[in-house]
Design a protein around this ligand. Structure first.
Ligand SMILES: [Zn+2]
Length: 139
């Protein structure tokens, strides 16, 4: 595999609207229809998040939390993420929402809008046993 093939794949994954589901293999919590990526409405970018109030996985618009610094290079504005967290909504790319382990698969979404498939924080049981999986696309 050439390096360019790998990069193309990452870009494609990151900039497509995907429908995800999540499942915890500890407490069996699950949720379907979580959106990731650009929606039909311009200027919206959905990303999975934890809602502390309802203790559920939701998706939120994070377009204001990230800034395009170069072509296709995003940087996260930490002050805005902090405000979002103050409102009880924590996107899954935030440190502490996932546990880095022996993960060899390509993440669903690459850094800085990082989303890994396994070892994510479960809102119900509080263990890092939540897995995300792609179940479809939207546009
Ligand atoms: Zn759980």
């Amino acid at each position: 595999m050439r390096q360019s093939d790998f990069n193309n794949r990452v870009d494609q994954v990151q900039f497509m609207g995907q429908i995800l589901e999540c499942k915890c293999d500890n407490c069996k919590y699950s949720k379907k229809d979580i959106y990731l990526g650009y929606g039909m409405v311009p200027g919206i970018f959905y990303f999975p998040a934890l809602d502390l109030h309802s203790k559920k996985v939701i998706y939120i618009d994070i377009i204001d939390l990230a800034e395009v610094v170069e072509r296709r290079h995003l940087t996260i504005i930490s002050a805005k993420v902090n405000k979002q967290q103050g409102d009880g909504k924590i996107p899954y790319f935030v440190k502490g929402m996932f546990k880095k382990g022996l993960i060899k698969d390509i993440p669903i979404s690459s850094s800085p809008l990082y989303l890994q498939r396994k070892n994510n924080y479960c809102p119900k049981c509080g263990k890092y046993r939540l897995a995300f999986a792609e179940i479809g696309l939207f546009d």
